[in-house]
Design a protein around this ligand. Structure first.
Ligand code: HDE
Length: 679
């Protein structure tokens, strides 16, 4: 299957199910033309509705059954279609066909999600983000069901229900929604100390991403690559966003939850609609089998990373998300991912978290999608043919022909036939296993703090401050003083200084202890070291009538040319006129938008007269300032800025319009200006 062939195939497959109801006659589901859809059939104009009104009954019954159970975790998600291409053959490590030929394009479907909240919850809550990718390969579907954080809370899948019960709203009052800032979550943390490393990530800026397009993805578990010769390698998967890794600040994230609960999906949807396609590179870390025990952690432990400085991430391909779904329910809601959907050349390891997931994902689809035939839903169908003796069940769509539905048989020539390994049959990696049946965990899984310390050591000063603030917020919401104390005592194992600062903020006893002797850090973990680009940044442009047309239009033109999205904000919708005859359309009013919805602000010109305008501008500037955002100001805007804040990092006010534009674009690329004194 060469370039685009796979894509065309998936598209053609979906096409069979696409229906456009526009300009069509209305019918019942049996195809009968409907003559009236507003009045139920009654015995007389003011009489009772009649049972024989089959159209009414069909319509209401279907409506009554419109909802399916939401995912028990990752209920709120958003997805897009795209394609993947490998940069060079990975033959040396894996025989997976979609990783061999750089000219082959593989269709993909990616669903991003939050974990804890219900399907209608806000999107910028502090939470892990799911990052699940379905590759429709010619050898079957391969699902990489990962998160935006490379480690997990627990080491064994049997503890997953406990973790999820603890983080979900508390059962006696169903509060709080989509938040970990409550007693049961932190009680779980303090009493399950394997969560320490993950909690450091959870308290960091990683859990409040600016956009799905600006976060990393990780397969988390250690998988195996197996090549044609049968040689296996340990592998970890990474997705690296080409726009870099960027976050919101917590105050902003909370405000967005109210102002725009759909913030992340809107960002994804709008950027794809504008052809700002979303790009991630696929990276792999590879460890040879002989090196399995070379590290000071167990490489099968999902609470550990392989530091990139020790095991480099090899970039092997690129995924581009370039098409929005046609229908969110049919595609995003009905897609069924499973870490056990593999292709030859990729295999599992004994990571006990991964092993448990292999059971859970089919089981959950049975309840969610109502039976065993969810693989027949258009979004889940492989692009290659599938044949076996499985039959029947709720919602079966395939019309299997013939009398034989068993193996072995003679009536159908013993078909469908299993394929040997050389014919492409999946053969599990023949790892030698020799052990006793026990419920236990390896000693090598028992160090819970070294990598949590490494994470802390790797953070820049602003990132450390955000972590302390996040702990103080979350634990500040915990009512049990005992739980607060337990958590602070636990995190003294990471940094006594950090724990003492949090203890002080939340009113518990500061822990005693020594500074850790672990000094290792991994610069790759700090978001300060990420790619910084202006592309697709959203800048609000505050403007009024009589603005300086040539200068302002010039600035806006340059910003747009650089790939920055600009939206003109003013008092009223309509057109603004410049003093030199230019016209510009207002995209938002102060009422319909908010400073938290922009990456930066440009305070332009022409608003001197109205006190209300000044008041609204003050609110926008104040918010952008305290959220460390780039602020540019020229003309009247500059006068305003100078009255309120003199010369601060990320505030650009140069008179020379070309110099101004250059400096403002560079300030936008930097994303946030942490060296700004905000208080
Ligand atoms: Fe999941 N997880 N999970 N998970 N997970 C589900 O499957 C589960 C874990 C992840 O967009 C469920 O279809 C267990 C780690 C994503 O549709 C369920 C354990 C990682 C998604 C389930 C884990 C993930 C899910 C709920 C403990 C990162 C959303 C609905 C071992 C590597 C996929 C569903 C989508 C969804 C079980 C832990 C990622 C219940 C038992 C670790 C991205 O089956």
């Amino acid at each position: 299957m060469k370039r685009n062939e796979g894509l065309n195939k998936k598209d053609a497959q979906l096409d069979q199910f696409r229906v456009n109801d526009q300009d069509k006659d209305m019918t019942t589901n049996q195809g009968l033309k409907v003559s009236e859809d507003e009045f139920s059939l009654k015995a007389g104009e003011r009489g009772p509705t009649l049972m024989e009104d089959f159209h009414f009954r069909e319509k209401i019954t279907h409506f009554d059954h419109e909802r399916i159970p939401e995912r028990v975790v990752h209920a709120r998600g958003y997805a897009a279609h795209g394609e993947f291409q490998v940069y060079e053959s990975m033959k040396e490590y894996t025989k997976a066909k979609f990783l061999q030929d750089p000219s082959v394009t593989t269709p993909v479907f990616v669903r991003f999600s939050t974990v804890a909240g219900s399907r209608g919850s806000a999107e910028t809550v502090r939470d892990v983000r799911g990052f699940a990718t379905k590759f429709y390969t010619e050898e079957g579907n391969f699902d990489l069901v990962g998160n935006n954080i490379p480690v997990f809370f627990i080491q064994d899948a049997i503890k997953f229900p406990d973790l999820v019960h603890a983080v979900k709203p508390e059962p006696h009052n169903e509060m709080p929604q989509a938040a970990s800032a409550h007693d049961t979550f932190w009680d779980f943390v303090a009493n399950n100390q394997e969560s320490a490393h993950m909690i450091m990530w959870h308290m960091s800026d990683r859990t409040i991403p600016r956009s799905f397009r600006m976060m990393e993805g990780f397969g988390v578990h250690t998988f195996r690559f197996v090549n044609e010769e049968g040689i296996a390698f340990f592998v970890k998967f990474h997705w690296k966003p080409l726009l870099g890794v960027h976050s919101l600040v917590w105050d902003e994230a909370q405000k967005i939850s109210g102002k725009e609960p759909d913030f992340h999906r809107r960002d994804l949807w709008e950027n794809i609609e504008k052809a700002n396609y979303v790009e991630f590179e696929l990276g792999v870390q590879i460890i040879e089998e002989k090196d399995e025990f070379m590290f000071d952690f167990d490489i099968l432990d999902p609470t550990k990373i392989w530091p990139e400085e020790d095991v480099p991430v090899k970039i092997i391909g690129k995924m581009t998300l370039n098409r929005n779904v046609d229908n969110v329910f049919a595609e995003t809601e009905q897609v069924a991912f499973h870490p056990g959907h593999l292709v030859p050349g990729i295999d599992f390891t004994n990571d006990p978290l991964l092993q448990g997931r292999l059971f859970s994902y089919t089981d959950t689809q049975l309840i969610r999608l109502g039976g065993p035939n969810f693989h027949e839903l258009p979004i889940n169908r492989p692009v290659c043919p599938f044949h076996n003796n499985q039959r029947d069940g709720y919602g079966r769509q395939t019309i299997n022909q013939g009398q034989v539905s068993y193996h072995k048989n003679s009536l159908a020539g013993n078909t469908p036939t299993p394929a040997s390994e050389v014919e492409g049959g999946f053969v599990h990696y023949q790892e030698k296993i020799d052990g006793r049946k026990i419920r236990n965990r390896s000693e090598s899984f028992k160090d819970h703090f070294s990598q949590a310390i490494m994470f802390w050591n790797s953070m820049s000063e602003p990132e450390k401050k955000h972590i302390i603030d996040a702990f103080s917020f979350e634990l500040g919401k915990v009512k049990s003083e005992s739980v607060r104390q337990q958590v602070v005592d636990m995190f003294a194992n990471v940094s006594v200084e950090m724990a003492a600062t949090v203890a002080d903020a939340i009113g518990v006893v500061p822990p005693q202890g020594q500074k850790s002797s672990i000094t290792k850090s991994s610069p790759a973990l700090s978001q300060l070291n990420t790619v910084k680009k202006p592309d697709t940044r959203k800048v609000g442009v505050i403007l009024g009538n009589d603005f300086n047309g040539s200068d302002i239009m010039n600035v806006l033109h340059e910003l747009t040319e650089t790939g920055i999205e600009v939206e003109v904000i003013s008092e009223k919708f309509g057109k603004l006129r410049s003093s030199d005859g230019e016209e510009i359309t207002v995209d938002q009013t102060f009422l319909t938008c908010d400073p938290v919805l922009f990456d930066g602000l440009y305070i332009g010109d022409g608003y001197g007269a109205s006190p209300k305008f000044k008041q609204d501008t003050a609110h926008f500037v104040q918010e952008a300032f305290v959220h460390y955002k780039p602020i540019g100001a020229t003309h009247e805007g500059k006068k305003y800025i100078q009255q309120h804040m003199i010369c601060s990092p990320g505030v650009v006010t140069d008179d020379d319009i070309n110099l101004f534009t250059k400096k403002f674009i560079s300030a936008i690329s930097a994303h946030r200006h942490w060296d700004r004194k905000v208080i």
